[in-house]
Design a protein. Structure first.
Length: 115
């Protein structure tokens, strides 16, 4: 089992920045991919960014060049730096990690971008 605790959401004006953090505990030795997903009202949950244990990253086209994902394997954390935020980035953001082929989700943190 892996437990995830997210922090860093909030309200920001368009063009601003936020940083999300996610700390993993439990069976952390088995974690491979870590990432962030988001779900806006009335929409499906979508991948925002993910990073493998080796540091390979993958981003949704809509956030490329604006968001940066990073992880600290020693601290078992994954962060998402979000710059140049847009109103369409408004959503609940979820941390997701994969351990032994099993996905685990955080409780979600709200990000609201005002125009």
């Amino acid at each position: 089992q892996v437990q995830l605790v997210e922090s860093g959401g909030g309200l920001v004006q368009a063009g601003g920045s936020l940083r999300l953090s996610c700390a993993a505990s439990g069976s952390i030795f088995s974690i491979n991919t870590m990432g962030w997903y988001r779900q806006a009202p009335g929409k499906q949950r979508e991948m925002v960014a993910q990073i493998t244990a080796g540091g390979r990253t993958n981003y949704a086209d809509s956030v490329k060049g604006r968001f940066t994902i990073s992880r600290d394997n020693a601290k078992n954390t994954v962060d998402l730096q979000m710059n140049s935020l847009k109103p369409e980035d408004t959503a609940v953001y979820y941390c997701r990690v994969v351990a032994r082929f099993t996905p685990y989700w955080g409780q979600g943190t709200q990000v609201t971008v005002s125009s």
